[in-house]
Design a protein around this ligand. Sequence first.
Ligand SMILES: CC(=O)N[C@H]1[C@@H](OP(=O)(O)OP(=O)(O)OC[C@H]2O[C@@H](n3ccc(=O)[nH]c3=O)[C@H](O)[C@@H]2O)O[C@H](CO)[C@@H](O)[C@@H]1O
Length: 369
Amino acid sequence: MRVVLTGGGTGGHIYPALAIGREIADKQPGSSLLYIGTTRGLESRIVPEQGIAFEDITITGFRRSLSWENVRTVMRFVQGVRRSKQLLKSFKPDIVVGTGGYVCGPVVYAASRLGIPTLIHEQNVLPGLTNKFLSRYVDGVAVSFPESAAHFAKCPNVVYAGNPCATRVLQANRNSGYESLGLKLGTPFVLAVGGSGGAKALNEALVQAAPLLRKLPGVHLVFVTGERFYKDTEAAISKDLLDVASRVKVVPYIRNMPEVLAAASLYVGRAGASFLAEITSLGIPSILIPSPNVTNNHQEANARSLVNAGAAKMILERELTGDLLFARIGEIMGDETRRAEMSKASRGLGMPQSASLVYEQIVRLQQKR
Ligand SMILES: CC(=O)N[C@H]1[C@@H](OP(=O)(O)OP(=O)(O)OC[C@H]2O[C@@H](n3ccc(=O)[nH]c3=O)[C@H](O)[C@@H]2O)O[C@H](CO)[C@@H](O)[C@@H]1O
């Protein structure tokens, strides 16, 4: 099968596309994949590392308020459609799969104009702007939460398929996770990460919370700052760690995240949909600090579904302090029974079969051609 994958800007859109690509390659060896993204997005770095062919288009996102920049965005969209058509005519895919983020817009739209079957995947409870726009043109939509289907009421072939990131983490080797962090197998550690780009507010709270680890003997912290915050955060945290320095590892980004997640005892971080799919698939308990800066506050909606099931505790960013964060970490890391209960609730929400459900939909739509 020949498949074009597109989606990006941030990891939450890229990794579902890569997980879909991997499922296609597993089920139909010899398939050809082409990823279309932007050079500015994280995808331009991550995708070629996976050995997948990558082409770029130039496009920016719409502003929600009236702005001249939106006029330029329309012009870039038109150019993006033209370039996408050239790429699609030359690659001749059997289907185009978009996983959200503004780069999907021109690519999936161009495919629909050329009569190529199209599928979009929505990760969040509340759909993004690009997927809402595209839903008028696509042949199918795969949603990660049953309640999202209502937002695509006019679209044919809406299936509830979960988020394929849930599948990619299951294949991970946890021993390699410990080894890559330089930890002894079985060492309990908290994984703290502010989404694929890092989160300043979370980083600041962690800088305050990390020295308090001296009250939690044996527990390690793996702190992922995000590339752009690494230097400052590392400098700030190093000053106060003293005797707990050997239990805190600060890194800008983790490339083998599935392996690291498979070994983690507790996830502390944003409530991006792909991360949540991964931690529930593995049954990891969590403390979630939803980003208040996302469309329709959708991360809080994502987080609530875990909190209501008993899988997570939530701290709103406006309430976040180092002391409060450490207190929540201590409650969970210091109480094995509570951790086990949260872990069970988390696994209950997981959808590890997601990638194969999306794959089945791809095969169905592609055969309709
Ligand atoms: C600020 C923003 O717009 N956030 C959105 C973005 O989040 P964001 O891009 O942060 O995505 P998620 O938190 O959902 O997922 C991050 C993905 O990147 C991977 N990862 C992350 C850090 C790292 O060091 N290494 C690594 O591999 C994770 O394993 C995961 O697969 O897309 C999500 C999915 O549409 C949305 O729910 C989020 O609201």
